[in-house]
Design a protein around this ligand. Structure first.
Ligand code: TYD
Length: 157
């Protein structure tokens, strides 16, 4: 499993091909390459749950019209797994597993960031007009959130 440690995935060698993630669910946040059908009429990327992302997709939501300088996220999840895609534009996702902070820059729709449960995340530096699509393994449940970083760290112990 090729887990990305660099802040920017400059090339596909820093990303895991989608189907490899199913052999063993990644324990850390990592970039996953999605299938891409190149076509002169426009490219197409598709995602199937339990095939290209290592969970069943129970919910999809998206962030859009994000004003310059806004911060999103700022929480961790007890159980939820997510896959984040820059469907348009770009933004940075900071992930923190309580030991290490890493930054991932997302700027293309044919790859995304898998975030396992119990990982703190912050989303920042949204470009104008960007769209952040999130695939989630569970339906929305507020009780699944850690919204306090202190409580998140405590729960990891
Ligand atoms: P939140 O998850 O904190 O947003 P982000 O991580 O993108 O900054 O959610 C913001 C608000 O939206 C919060 O009041 C909960 C609500 N919400 C739902 O009702 N359903 C959902 O699926 C999501 C993701 C959020």
């Amino acid at each position: 499993m090729n887990i990305v440690n660099s802040s920017i995935a400059k090339d596909s060698s820093q990303r895991t091909p989608a189907e490899d993630t199913l052999k063993k669910t990644p324990k850390a946040a990592c970039l996953i390459d999605l299938p891409k059908i190149t076509d002169h009429r426009g490219n197409l990327t598709f995602i199937e749950g339990n095939r290209h992302v290592p969970f069943s997709i129970e919910r999809v939501y998206y962030l859009y019209d994000v004003p310059a300088g806004a911060l999103r996220g700022g929480h961790a999840h007890k159980k939820l797994q997510q896959f984040i895609i820059a469907a348009s534009g770009s933004f940075t996702v900071v992930v923190d597993d309580g030991r290490k902070r890493r930054k991932f820059f997302l700027n293309r729709p044919h790859y995304g960031l898998f975030i396992p449960h119990m990982v703190w995340r912050e989303l920042e530096n949204f470009s104008s007009g960007s769209i952040c699509v999130v695939l989630a393994s569970e339906v929305y449940e507020e009780s699944d959130y850690f919204r306090s970083y202190k409580r998140f760290l405590k729960a990891l112990k």
